[in-house]
Design a protein around this ligand. Sequence first.
Ligand code: FAD
Length: 257
Amino acid sequence: TTQESWRPFNKSRVYMADLESTLHHSLRLELAAHSVIKGESLISLKNYISVLVKYLPGRPIVMNLLKSVNSWLNQTGDEISYEALRELLDNTAQSSDTALPEGVRWVGCQSLQSHLRRYPCGLWTLFHVLTVQAKTSGSTDSQEVLSAMRNYIHNFFGCRNCAEHFENMARESLVEVNTFSSAILWLWSRHNRVNNRLAGDLSEDPDFPKIQWPSPGMCPSCHSVTENGEHRWNNEQVLPFLMSYFSSSSILTDYLE
Ligand code: FAD
């Protein structure tokens, strides 16, 4: 592979190029480690594709591909081969309005260091977008996106150590999520817990320090200080901030193929 050149971007925006790159990595690289997918893993894959079809505010060409994968998965038996899935993903001959762009073009998830950010950054971003979209789409199951994410991570996420940490957090408190708003806030607060644990770690990109996000600069009203001087989040301000930050209309389409 060739050295990619840096793509200038706005650090406080979400990019569709990162979401599509995440799908490429997930569907063409991560899943490829499983030559046969069956049982619990197959159910997880079906639920993952299903929430993408329902809630990803993706480009029509990509959504068409996800829909065709979804209907194929719903017609298959007890197991699939990765090879058969891969053929469907790559079959651009079927029609010109159905495709998942090949390769990655990281933008908001770029790093100058080849082993940092990228896919894990994209996966977080994807799931924040999906929890926000689920709230605005009039669906009824407030745990649908988080359960699909939990099971995808548990069965497929290549960072096994991450998967174990995430499963522990899910086991501890995911049952308490019973509204779409609490699902959005649950993911935000668990992501901050991970940031807190990783601050100063080797996996931290010095250009993108692990902070309790969003910073006071990004959302002043999200933060307050209690009488005894402790930091407090104003969840009633954080929620609208997240809904706007990850909303479909805020996603930038720069650098798409
Ligand atoms: P990321 O943490 O990946 O965040 C991506 C972007 O999301 C940020 O740039 C910012 O714009 C935004 N953001 C940051 N915080 C929040 C928030 N609280 N809410 C909403 N948006 C936010 N790595 C480990 O070393 N150990 C682990 O146990 C581990 N567990 C992980 C579990 C999961 C489910 C995932 C997806 C990743 C995990 N990782 C773990 C990877 C790690 O969390 C980061 O993704 C990685 O280090 C890259 O960091 P980053 O700087 O790109 O920011």
